[in-house]
Each structure stands twice: as structure tokens, then as C-alpha cells.
Design a protein around this ligand. Structure first.
Ligand SMILES: [Cu+2]
Length: 157
């Protein structure tokens, strides 16, 4: 009985949402990879995820042009004030909401970026979600000062 009522409410809610505006689309936008000035240090990627019609988790970010990719959060110890990065297995992306991966907060760290993204100025990345959606993103690549990537750095270094 209860279950029946819930199903009905969800259907009504879906109808109302449909009437109020377009259904939200799961998207990844504004993606930028900032290359580390030190060769063996990881580079940081920032972007925004826009939630779709259902709650999902972002499970993994990967790239054919990188050796290793991890999702990190930044946490501060309330007692000591020490800041640390902690790996995240998954990140909730609520329906219709924007989740920002930005400086000082959640971010993606990328080790071993090869020469192709430096040459092209973009890096191909794949975002995998818990509803099996895969979103391919071409993120802009920049040096730490915001300038276009310097290919020579990768070849010499
Ligand atoms: Cu990190």
C-alpha cells in the first residue's frame, strides 16, 4: 500500500518537473587541466558536473593520455588546521545540482600526462557514472600561469 503511494507521488513529481522546464541533463563542463611545473608531480583538473534527471555517483575519471587519475577532496583537521587531500571512491551528483571541482576543494589529480595534450592543448578524459553513463570531455590544458602548454617542457623533461 505504502509502496503504491510512493510510486504515484514520484510519477506526479516527474510530470510536474516536466511541466516546469527541460529535464536536467547530466553534463561535465568548464574542464581545465593545470599542468604541474614539476615533472613528477601530479597535475590538477577542475570542472563542474551538472546533475541529470536522477541522483548518480561519479565513479571514475580516466584518460588515455595519463598514467594515473584520482579523485581527491581537501579536508582540514578541525584541531590542528592541517590541510590534507583524501582520495574519493565516488562523488554524489544530485539530480539537477551543480557539483564543482575547484581549487581548494574537490579536484582530480593526474599523473604522467604525456606529450599529446601538451601538443593539442586539450586532454581527452572519460567520466564514468553509476548509471553507466560515460561522458567524454576534452579539457583545456594550461600551464600553472594560465598560458597555453609548452610542448618543449615535456620533450626536454
Ligand atoms: Cu589531490
Amino acid at each position: 500500500m505504502n509502496r503504491h503511494i510512493c510510486t504515484f507521488s514520484a510519477a506526479v513529481a516527474a510530470l510536474l518537473l516536466g511541466a516546469c522546464g527541460p529535464t536536467p541533463q547530466l553534463k561535465v563542463k568548464e574542464a581545465t587541466l593545470t599542468l604541474s611545473p614539476v615533472d613528477n608531480n601530479p597535475s590538477a583538473m577542475h570542472f563542474n558536473v551538472y546533475g541529470g534527471p536522477e541522483d548518480v555517483y561519479l565513479l571514475r575519471v580516466s584518460s588515455p593520455s595519463a598514467v594515473r587519475v584520482e579523485m581527491h577532496d581537501v579536508t582540514m583537521d578541525a584541531k590542528t588546521g592541517a590541510v590534507a587531500m583524501t582520495p574519493m571512491d565516488r562523488v554524489p551528483i544530485p539530480s539537477g545540482e551543480k557539483v564543482a571541482f575547484k581549487k581548494g576543494g574537490k579536484h582530480v589529480m593526474i599523473w604522467g600526462v604525456n606529450v599529446i595534450p601538451r601538443r593539442l592543448g586539450v586532454i581527452e578524459t572519460e567520466f564514468l557514472f553509476s548509471n553507466n553513463a560515460r561522458i567524454l570531455v576534452r579539457a583545456r590544458v594550461q600551464e600553472i600561469d594560465g598560458s597555453d602548454p609548452d610542448e618543449k617542457k615535456a620533450i626536454d623533461g
